[in-house]
Design a protein around this ligand. Structure first.
Ligand code: FA5
Length: 376
């Protein structure tokens, strides 16, 4: 590019002349193949550089009033070239220059010699992962997922589930209640749900049978933390209501679910237990997943590990749901002469601890990255 003489010093023609120079400079500076020293000499060289020629031909030769217009344009162009050369020099150290001299020129806008900026990939929390896996087992059996709020009313959490006011059964679930509600009737008072079972009630108030729902969620109890207890923990609950649902359906469903989750070699056994909202009730044990049932430290040498509570839905629960449905102007469709159901509930935290060999439940809530990164 030869630098023409300037004949017209109006702003418009100066802008045009400098704009052409800017385009030319951009093209040269963005060139992948040009090396930095050649560019520097071509544009900034003291004797024959283009800026030197422009300074002589345009700036110095201009009448004084035109110099004021040319000066800033010239300086802006010069600064741009200097900055861009500086950037090319600093981002393309020795190796690139060596490559250029050796003729192995690669795309030079990217400095392949810098260490990579690794993207940190997030990982599912072991609790969420375990909960999703359990839910998945039941979804594959045709269950749909039901969710409910962590702040619940006394009716859904206790009364409808056959825990009458002041009944000692309530003491088994040390409850955190919300303050300042003494004016309200007991059943409307709010508390932090102590289990996921109130979602059984919420679902039956909304939907008619048949029902098959699996309910994952966070629950709260006023309990001191230790290695196996946390005041906040997670449960997965299940409810199946239909005609002709029997205890064998419950056993078959849970046996299949445990095999699907822990492996087909796992055996289950059922022991009589008590929950106010199921009758009969049972605790389910699985054969120890660590020793295969022979007996080890993990299963306290019994060969079995207790895992969940379950039972046939107590007809008193269906009656409570029907009564509430009537209050809400809905049909009392849970006819205990025609339908029956089973329910089950398990603590996710302890299952995750067993699965991953975690000795302290508190680690699941610590937010300690050294612990969590092990699951990435
Ligand atoms: C219940 O909460 C019943 N709602 C379960 C149920 C549902 C039974 C449907 C029958 C039918 P329970 O209070 O036992 O039951 O708690 C269930 C599980 O939660 C326990 O087996 C245990 O694994 C877990 N759990 C209870 N308290 C804590 C705690 N503080 N920290 C961690 N896990 C806990």
């Amino acid at each position: 590019m030869t630098i023409p003489q300037l004949t017209d010093y109006t702003e418009a023609s100066l802008d045009k002349a400098f704009s052409e120079l800017n385009i030319e400079a951009d093209r040269a500076l963005n060139s992948v193949t040009a090396d930095n020293e050649t560019l520097r000499l071509e544009w900034l060289g003291r004797k024959q550089g283009r800026l030197k020629t422009i300074s002589d031909l345009w700036l110095k030769a201009a009448p004084p009033e035109a110099k004021r217009l040319i000066g800033p344009r010239f300086n802006a162009l010069k600064e741009k070239i200097e900055v861009e050369l500086e950037r090319r020099n600093s981002s393309l150290p020795g190796i690139r220059q060596a490559n250029i001299h050796a003729g192995n020129i690669v795309e030079s806008q990217i400095d392949v010699t810098l260490p990579g900026s690794a993207q940190r990939i997030g990982a599912e929390h072991p609790l969420i992962k375990t909960m999703a896996e359990i839910v998945g087992v039941f979804q594959r059996m045709g269950y749909s997922v039901g969710l409910g709020p962590e702040v619940e009313n006394d009716f859904n959490n206790f009364e409808s589930l056959n825990f009458p006011p002041n009944h000692p059964a309530r003491d088994t679930q040390d409850t955190l209640v919300l303050a300042g509600q003494e004016q309200k009737p007991l059943r409307e008072r709010l508390l932090m749900r102590t289990h996921t079972s109130p979602v059984q009630i919420r679902t039956m108030l909304e939907q008619a049978p048949p029902l098959r729902i699996v309910i994952p969620g966070k629950v709260h109890r006023n309990e001191a933390a230790d290695a196996t207890h946390s005041p906040v923990f997670h449960q997965v609950e299940g409810l199946c209501v239909d005609t002709n649902i029997t205890f064998s359906d419950l056993k078959g469903t849970l046996d299949h679910a445990m095999k699907a989750f822990f492996g087909s070699a796992v055996k289950t056994r059922f022991f009589p237990s008590f929950f106010p909202f199921t009758e009969p009730s049972a605790d389910v044990q699985i054969s120890c997943i660590f020793c295969g049932g022979k007996g080890c430290r993990k299963c306290k040498h019994s060969g079995w590990i207790e895992l969940l509570g379950c039972g046939m839905v107590d007809p008193a629960v269906f009656e409570a749901v029907n009564a509430r449905r009537i209050e809400l102007g809905r049909e009392p469709v849970y006819d205990t002469s025609r339908i029956s159901g089973f329910a089950f509930g398990m603590g996710v935290d302890r299952i995750a601890m067993m699965k991953y060999g975690i000795s302290d439940i508190g680690l699941l809530y610590s937010g300690d990255m050294r612990f969590l990164e092990q699951f990435a």
